[in-house]
Design a protein around this ligand. Structure first.
Ligand code: ZN
Length: 51
């Protein structure tokens, strides 16, 4: 086990497309009691019920 796993790494990324906050604005939400991040591009799809 050469690599050191760091579970505390909390890197925000869109739950839909996986984009990072460095590339696009991410908005914080909540899903089933857990905090989730969605980028502004995927948010409209969520609002309109893309699934
Ligand atoms: Zn996205």
């Amino acid at each position: 086990m050469a690599e050191t796993a760091q579970p505390s790494t909390e890197e925000k990324s869109c739950i839909i497309c996986g984009v990072k906050s460095e590339e696009r604005i991410l908005l914080c939400g909540e899903q089933q009691g857990k905090p989730v991040w969605v980028c502004v591009r995927c948010l409209p799809a969520l609002i309109h019920g893309g699934h």
